[in-house]
Design a protein around this ligand. Structure first.
Ligand SMILES: NC(=O)C1=CN([C@@H]2O[C@H](COP(=O)(O)OP(=O)(O)OC[C@H]3O[C@@H](n4cnc5c(N)ncnc54)[C@H](O)[C@@H]3O)[C@@H](O)[C@H]2O)C=CC1
Ligand SMILES: O=C(O)C1=N[C@H](C(=O)O)C[C@H](O)C1
Length: 267
């Protein structure tokens, strides 16, 4: 069987570095190029820390990268603004996106879905690639059938650009799909300082903590009379996300629509 040809966008980032290594170590994948916003025309092994990855060109222009690389899959681990541009352009060129980048709006997700369906090629957008985090979301969805009072607390490193996290938004969406419509807290509740009750997604409140030293953590708290259920997941390093990236690359080759969330592909 021929190898799956992969481009990684954002190779020098925290996630990008782990993804470059994972693709390099997997025999069924071939890293054909990387998309960066610097180092155009260089080879990846010219960049400090990447000496062992030979014969991999660096592009800064997405269209040139897609035209020259003959790739099957583009893995995007960049920023909300560029991740969206890369995903759309990749679909336009018939290269299947696997997107870990978070912070897309609902409208952007709808546009991407429409484009993937028009082009009849797969696209996977996974707000969280860690299997434990996907289980945390699924368990939260199960618990929400029995506990209707829910607060979500997500905790991340202080370099994160988007808040709330993609995982928190996805968790709230999955809960909303099974929970009767409900506004959390007292009906007459008033914030004396704006933001005190966090973001409100379908009546659920989401609190974003940003601190150096943290990686990626979330707890979903379910309160009821005399009891509290807390479902928590912690990622302690970026390798925790790599089995999900690998599964997504393998899966995106065989689908022809947008899959939003790894819970739709893990059994
Ligand atoms: N789905 C998941 O499981 C996970 C998703 N993420 C998301 O992945 C994204 C990246 O996260 P980190 O690696 O922690 O961030 P980071 O800031 O360490 O890396 C982002 C990289 O993107 C690069 N970049 C920026 N603009 C670019 C452009 N126009 N073209 C190419 N590269 C560009 C930057 O140079 C940087 O190296 C974020 O949106 C984050 O929320 C992070 C961890 C897990
Ligand atoms: O920026 C991060 O680090 C992470 N982002 C994703 C999110 O927004 O949920 C996934 C994970 O939480 C790490």
């Amino acid at each position: 069987m021929s190898k799956i040809r992969v481009i990684i966008a954002g190779p020098r980032g925290k996630m990008g570095k782990s993804a470059v290594n994972m693709v390099h170590l997997n025999e069924q994948f071939e890293l054909v190029s990387v998309l960066d916003h610097k180092h155009d025309g260089k080879m990846l092994n010219d960049i400090d820390g990447f000496e062992k990855y030979t014969d991999i060109p660096v592009f800064t222009n997405i269209e040139e990268c897609l035209q020259k690389s003959k790739a099957d899959v583009l893995v995007d681990l960049t920023t909300p603004e560029f991740g969206y541009l890369h995903t759309k352009t990749s679909l336009q060129y018939g290269v299947r996106p696997v997107v870990g980048t978070t912070g897309f709006t609902k409208t952007q997700l709808d546009e991407i879905k429409q484009l993937a369906e028009e082009k009849e090629i797969g696209c996977i957008i996974a707000p969280n690639f860690a299997i434990g985090a996907v289980l945390m979301m699924k368990f939260s969805q199960m618990a929400a059938k029995y506990f209707h009072n829910i607060e979500i607390i997500e905790l991340h490193h202080d370099q994160k650009l988007d808040a709330p996290s993609g995982t928190a938004v996805k968790t709230a969406e999955m809960i909303s799909a099974v929970r009767k419509k409900k506004e959390q807290g007292h009906p007459n509740e008033k914030e004396t300082i704006s933001g005190a009750r966090g973001a409100n997604i379908d009546g659920m409140h989401v609190h974003s903590v940003r601190l150096p030293g943290l990686i990626a953590h979330q707890q979903v708290m379910f309160g009821s009379e005399g009891e509290l259920l807390t479902i928590r997941h912690d990622s302690y390093n970026r390798d925790s996300f790599m089995s999900g990236v690998k599964l997504s690359i393998e899966t995106v080759i065989n689908v022809s629509t947008l899959i939003y969330g790894l819970e739709n592909i893990i059994e």
